[in-house]
Design a protein. Structure first.
Lengths: 117, 114
């Protein structure tokens, strides 16, 4: 079974530029998550999709971050404009069940390492 | 609100010795607990989880974890550590009474010396 795919793996941009990350979840996984992992910290949930609908985006900085999952499969996360503090690893994860399956395991992609200069 | 604490930033252990990585949690409902491992420049890999039932959970690569409700702990253990176990370990919790958001601890770096 193929894992969660993410691209690019690394990205360096200057502040105030825009950037986009792409995620392809495990086939058949209905739920998709985007996490931000700042160096030395645990991952923090940014947004959760159930198919193509948003379940939780309470921690997404909506003035600069946006995400979509138009066809319920792939997803993109965008930052515009980027700030220095956005330097982090952006992790995508997916799981099979619909919301409410609290014992469900999330499977993570390799992440995109973003450096904002 | 749910939370997770990993009190040790780093754990050093000699190869062949037992390894323990500590985790305590706080939830209002039933806890669902997870351990993940992260190798350099890699994503998180699932090790094991506790949902219900037996308090001792066995997972990948010889790891196990013990759920202790009275101490609100879920420590990760391995009887005999390998150099290849050197990595960053994350404990995570999902509160059964608060949706299915997963909250991670700050991570513990494990260094196994030959």
């Amino acid at each position: 079974e193929a894992g969660v795919a993410q691209s690019p793996r690394y990205k360096i941009i200057e502040k105030r530029q825009s950037v986009a990350f792409w995620c392809n979840p495990i086939s058949g996984h209905a739920t998709l998550y985007w996490y931000q992992q700042i160096l030395g910290q645990g991952p923090k949930l940014l947004i959760q999709f159930q198919n193509n609908g948003v379940v939780d985006d309470s921690q997404l900085p909506k003035d600069r971050f946006s995400a979509e999952r138009l066809k319920g499969v792939d997803s993109t996360l965008k930052i515009q404009p980027a700030k220095l503090e956005d330097s982090a690893v952006y992790l995508c994860a997916s799981s099979t069940r619909m919301g409410g399956a609290r014992g469900e395991t999330q499977y993570f992609g390799p992440g995109t390492r973003l450096l904002v200069l | 609100a749910q939370s997770v604490a990993q009190p040790e930033d780093q754990v050093n252990v000699a190869e062949g010795n037992p390894l323990t990585v500590k985790c305590t949690y706080s939830v209002s409902g039933n806890p669902y607990l997870f351990w993940y491992v992260q190798y350099p420049n890699r994503g998180l890999q699932f090790l094991l989880k506790y949902i219900t039932g037996d308090n001792l959970v066995k997972g990948s690569y010889g790891f196990e974890a013990e759920f202790n409700k009275s101490q609100t702990s879920f420590h990760l253990k391995k009887p005999s550590a390998l150099v290849s176990d050197s990595a960053l370990y994350f404990c995570a919790v999902r509160d059964g009474a608060a949706g299915n958001k997963l909250t991670f601890g700050g991570g513990t770096r494990v260094l196994v010396k030959p």
